[in-house]
Ligand binder design. Sequence first.
Ligand code: SF4
Length: 256
Amino acid sequence: MADVVSSPAPEWPFLAVRRGVPLGLALLAVIGALLNNAWQGWFLLLLVGCLAEVWPTFTRGNTYLRNRRAIVRWDGLWTYVFRPLARFLGHEETWILSFCAWNNRRVQEVFKTRPARNALILLPHCIQLARCKADIFEDLKNCYECGLCPVGDTFEAGLQNRWNVRISNRSHKAYREAREFQPDLIVAVSCADRLLKGLTKLAEVPCFVLPLQLPHGMCVDTTYSVPNLIAAMETLVERKPSEDSKVQPLQCEGIA
Ligand code: SF4
C-alpha cells in the first residue's frame, strides 16, 4: 500500500532488527536441533519463542487493532533496547523515526479503508514563532496567519475541515487531554524522542505521527509539514458532512 504522506524515515532499519533478530535466532535453533540431538528440546523451545516473538509484526487490520497496546509497547521496547547502539552509530533519530514509520504504515493500512470518525490532532507549542505575541493559547483565532510559522496554516485547515486540534506545552497534559477526548485516531506532531514516548504511553489509541523539523534546535521555532498533516487527515479521517459545517474555533491549552 502506498504511503499517504512521505515517510519520516525508512522503516526497513527497524523491521530488519525487529524481524531479523528473532528469525536469525530461529534459523540457528533449527540448525542446532538438527545437529545436536541431546539439546534438541531446548533448541525447539528457542525456535517456538523466536516465532512467537516475530509473529506480532505480521498482524494486520482488526487483529492489529485489538492487540495494538501490547504490540506497540513491545515494538517500543525493541526501539529503546537498540537505541544506545543506534546512538553509538550516529543514527539515533533515524532509528526512532524508522519505528515511527513502521507504526504509520500499520495505522494507515487500517484507517485508509475505514476512516476514523473522531480524530484528534496533537501539536507542540514550540511550532509558534518564539517572538510572536499572538495569544494562541487563549484562542487560536488570535493567530494573525502571518505565515511565519505553521500555526496559521494549521488553524486555517482546521477551521475549514472542523478538525479537533490541541496545542500543548507538556506531554502529560497532551496525554491527559487525549484520553479525555477518547479519539479513535490521533495524528500527532512532535520531535522523534517525544513521538517514541507518546506512542508507547498512548499505545491503546492508534496514532499516526509526523516529525518536527528543528532548524533552530530543540523546542524553539520548530516547524513541520502542514501539507503532510492535511494529507494524513484527508486520507485517514472521515470528512464531516457539509450540512454540519458549523465553524468552531480550535481549542488549545494555555501555556504555563
Ligand atoms: S502564524 Fe504568525 S501570528 Fe500566527 S502564531 Fe505563527 S507567527 Fe504568530
